[in-house]
Design a protein around this ligand. Structure first.
Ligand SMILES: NC(=O)c1ccc[n+]([C@@H]2O[C@H](COP(=O)([O-])OP(=O)(O)OC[C@H]3O[C@@H](n4cnc5c(N)ncnc54)[C@H](O)[C@@H]3O)[C@@H](O)[C@H]2O)c1
Length: 343
């Protein structure tokens, strides 16, 4: 059997952090993995140079993960077809709003029998239908797609600060392969047979993180934060039980993908930070994304809208009052002081 050849599709803050881990790990498994790791980079100019050129010469993604060196076997490629050529293991890691176009570009270019893993946090909603992105990737590209999610704020992982993550696998063998690729002494990976649970936790917790930011913006204290985390986790779990089959309670309660990711996202992370500023500075989310995130994308407000549209199509909005109130504050000028009304 040939070696597994890795392509990472996406090179933002998390994409770069995960490329660093995989690049450092493959030499430990040189019989199993090709040593070159291709990373598809959405090409853009940064400080007068192409981002791919900066990554390939200075071994640092200066725009999205400044101050962290990438191993030299991580190679940035602007052409997506070239990046996935011959790849047997595909890592999808980009803001979810770009995935549709990327999948279209990949059509017919992915090697038969390739495996994939989605690190994307979000859900795909079309009217009364909802899908996790691991399923979208599986269906559209004909690959088996697992999911990785956890309490993983990228700059902390990139600096080897102790963290855990959860992989929801399609088959145990695939889960173990992804674990070899990503686990380090400071980045612990646990495996669960629950792709939907891992994916949904990662998507829905961003709505809860926005709620936590709104609460902090209001100047409310720790009790309020804890209540938002508890209620948020409960709505996340109820949503999964109601609309998806086979999701396990342990994925929420015992894994990094669940309760730990809710906590870290409500303590820090971009969704929280921008929501605090939304209340304090009274600027739009668009303006704040531009001024605060340096090209990184907000997820929570979009997931709140997508989940709201789905619940409306299913006539179930009232069953998820926290999700609904976050949506209304972010998108309908609902007074933030009424965030907890009805929850
Ligand atoms: N950053 C984190 O701490 C973190 C942690 C865990 C999971 N995630 C998730 O990982 C996924 C990727 O996040 P990230 O932090 O790597 O991204 P990011 O928000 O840092 O970066 C934006 C990325 O989008 C790319 N981009 C911009 N315009 C584009 C376009 N038109 N088409 C395609 N790509 C375009 C940029 O090149 C860049 O790679 C998201 O779903 C996020 O929720 C992020």
């Amino acid at each position: 059997m040939g070696k597994e050849k890795l392509a990472i599709i996406g090179s933002g803050n998390w994409g770069s952090a995960i490329a660093r881990i995989a690049g450092n790990n493959v030499p430990r498994f040189s019989e199993e993995f090709d040593q070159k790791i291709s990373v598809w980079v959405y090409e853009e100019e940064f400080e007068g140079k192409k981002l791919t050129e900066i990554i390939n010469t200075e071994h640092e993604n200066k725009k999205y993960l400044p101050g962290v060196k990438l191993p030299e076997n991580v190679v940035a490629i602007p052409d997506i077809g070239e990046a996935v050529k011959g790849a047997t293991a595909l890592v999808f890691v980009m803001p979810h709003q770009f995935l549709g176009r990327v999948i279209d570009q990949l059509s017919g270019k992915v090697q038969k029998g390739a495996k994939a893993i989605s690190l994307i946090k979000g859900v795909d909603v079309k009217g009364a239908d909802i899908h996790i992105f691991a399923d979208v990737i599986s269906d559209k590209l004909g690959v088996s797609c697992s999911a990785l999610s956890g309490a993983n704020i990228a700059p902390e992982v990139a600096r080897d600060q102790f963290s855990e993550t959860t992989i929801g696998y399609r088959s145990k063998a695939e889960g173990e392969m992804w674990k070899r690729l990503f686990e380090t002494p400071s980045f612990r990976v646990s495996l669960v047979e629950d792709v939907a649970g891992v994916s949904l936790c990662g998507a829905l917790k961003n709505i809860v993180a926005v709620a936590a930011g709104l609460v902090e913006g209001l100047g409310w204290g720790n009790n309020s934060q804890a209540a938002i985390m508890r209620i948020g986790l409960l709505e996340m779990h109820e949503f999964c039980i109601e609309f998806f089959e086979g999701v396990k309670a342990e994925t929420f309660l015992m894994e990094s993908s669940g309760v730990a990711d809710v906590i870290t996202s409500c303590l820090g992370g971009r969704n929280k930070r921008v929501a605090v500023a939304f209340v304090k500075e009274k600027k739009s989310f668009d303006e704040l994304e531009q001024s605060m995130l340096n090209g990184q994308k907000l997820q929570g407000i979009h997931t709140a809208k997508e989940v709201h549209n789905f619940l409306e199509a299913r006539n179930r909005v009232d069953a998820y009052p926290l999700f609904n109130n976050v949506y209304k504050v972010c998108w309908e000028d609902h007074p933030v002081e009424k965030l907890t009304e009805g929850i």
